[in-house]
Ligand binder design. Sequence first.
Ligand SMILES: Nc1ncnc2c1ncn2[C@@H]1O[C@H](COP(=O)(O)OP(=O)(O)O)[C@@H](O)[C@H]1O
Ligand SMILES: [Mg+2]
Length: 260
Amino acid sequence: MTVLLHIEGLGVRYGGVRALEDASLSVRDGEIVGLIGPNGAGKTTLLGACSGFVAPSTGVVRFDGHDLVGLAPHRVAARGLVRTFQGVRAVEGLTVHENVLAGAHRRGRSGAFGALFGGPRARSEERLARAEADRVLVLVGLTDLADAHPSDLSTGHLRLLEIARTLASGPRLLLLDEPAAGLDHEETARLETVLRVLRDADVACVLVEHDVELVLRVSDRVTVLDHGRVIATGSPQDVRRNPAVIEAYLGPRPQEAHHA
Ligand SMILES: Nc1ncnc2c1ncn2[C@@H]1O[C@H](COP(=O)(O)OP(=O)(O)O)[C@@H](O)[C@H]1O
Ligand SMILES: [Mg+2]
């Protein structure tokens, strides 16, 4: 399998804070890579640095052979690397279907304006975008809510809508920042199914998530960050057994150990 995303020696500073230092990570075509670590470890910063939202001070970010450092987020997205955010960003005035359709239009060349003015190519693009939006809604299980507005949705459904919107733009690599936050058991199971379907559809994914068990179940490989540095990379089984990871993240916290 070819390497789709290659990050090497990545460093990010916010003023005096070193949020990331010498971080490396790779994602192959269609692979799910879990990215875990304590709060403040630099996970969100790493996603931001790959997607053009945060400027790295050092290092290489290469996607599909192209250097991404210095590219604006929309240029990165146009190459097929798209992130979701910790907060939800659905457009309130649009229905669920329209929100997803807006994502699907990002892949069409003549765009929403072309569709309004209705040339033959624009009309066929509009049909394609609608078909794509329908397909993605089925994929994430939101078809029954297609005409609802975001304010009517549960947190779990909003999270799935955010993923659907992103998927409709046809990404090759999705960066997900804590997609399971605030989801109940059933919603988390749905999310897990969606992640597996994505892998089968050859969409690669970097999954930042506090639900470590979810990450270890669905990921092909896992990278662990602590204090801005990568402390382990390997299979879920390797990472689970890694003493440095247990010490920094997976083991009982000192105060919990006292209660035992
Ligand atoms: N915009 C910012 N300005 C200053 N410091 C920041 C900013 N964003 C994050 N940080 C700091 O950078 C470090 C890494 O943060 P972050 O990437 O959000 O970690 P994580 O997502 O793993 O919780 C933390 O120390 C955090 O306080
Ligand atoms: Mg974060």
